[in-house]
Design a protein around this ligand. Sequence first.
Ligand code: SAM
Ligand code: SF4
Length: 447
Amino acid sequence: MHIAPEKISSKTDKYLIKDIIAKSLDLQILSLEEVSRLMSIDDERLWGDVFDASRRVKEKVYGKRIVLFAPLYLSNECVNNCLYCGFRIGNSTAKRKTLSTDEAVSEASLLSKKGYKRLLLVTSENPKFAGIDYLESVIKAIYDKTDIRILHINTQPMSVEDFKRLKASGVGVYQCFQETYNISAYKKLHPSGPKADYNWRLNAMDRAIEAGFEDIGMGVLLGLYDWRWDIGALIVHSHRLIKKYGFGPHTVSVPRLQPAEGSGLTRSKHTVSDTDFKKIVAIYRLALPYVGIVISTREPAGLRDDLLSLGVSQISAGSKTSPLGYIAEGSLGEDTDTAQFEIADNRSIDEIIGKIAESGLLPSLCTACYREGRTGESFRHLSEGEAMKNFCEQNALLTLKEYIEDYAPADIKPLLIKRLEEEVGKNGSGILEKLKLIEQGKRDVHI
Ligand code: SAM
Ligand code: SF4
């Protein structure tokens, strides 16, 4: 993939930027040239306009809801040697672990008892211990034995045949980050293992789509290479998928490089500042208006709180990045397995739900779209036509009601009830009947 340098404009044209913002507010996808113009803005007031538009675009597509999930790490035994990662094979001091199916179910049950309905399974790459047979059995067991309603997965690129089995097991989103699109940086950072093959990773989304996945999650690991270049490349990759299949990424994640124990990358000249991080979120939101933008607990609490009103639509909460991390948390003093990287926001799901409600937004534990077939092209058309917002806000209210009934601690209950009542007042009477059903004990009520 090559981005011509002349496409990266250095001049800021105020009127042109206003036109680009208007195009995004009309929920149209931006061209690479328009994205590069946004990246080159050097007037802080114009950035203020971009941030404001980012929030408005997110609210047009998804309303006020912010979806919550937790990662569940299945394995840290990896055959790759990604220099930035604590799980890499070259980290000889790492304490390694692959969860048994029963252990995975125990971790998922623990999370489900806290109120989570959506988990992101995460694995290192290890065909022997964490290949498709293993993933199928873990996924089936979690669905059969816990109240978790949807499992997404962040795992290695597979063959079309294995992707078909993964899809058939009931996974919602297949997520895989290109890390960097720059070939020479990629080669240096991934010296050995299957991940050293740049093209195998680049074409993973085509194979996943060919196998039947309509919801795919993309990203670059910010801090590995020049972020402007990598984001431009991810946008071009998305354009290609949209042209070929009628839909592009369902989600775009914004992982930013964190210190990791045993990492072989001590310094990066491409470190992304908090200010640039906010700009990146806003650029993605304007460039691909309908995508879910996902932010993890790699980022500190204050920054995550700011980002809630800047275009982000999904956040993880209460995360652990080691296998058995949730169980180990409850057994103090135990020597834990190696974590992938350091977590910067250690707040619990309850605290984050409280924070979202306090900010005038709507915490959501909704999983309806994946189970109702609102995926791929149909999801994209619903979002572009602004119909998704209605689904999202109503389902956010219904899952918030369930959370209040089943999980909310006493100290945040009054705040959540007040927030629910405020929003119910703005919705039609249809929602009242559904809320009543939840009060009467019915669960998983959604539209
Ligand atoms: N092993 C699979 C892979 O590499 O695609 C999937 C799981 S990997 C644990 C998930 C993602 O974590 C990687 O794609 C990478 O972007 C991110 N990651 C790895 N090391 C990191 C670090 N030190 N800081 C932040 N994110 C990191
Ligand atoms: Fe393994 Fe993924 Fe870490 Fe690379 S990023 S070492 S593939 S777990």
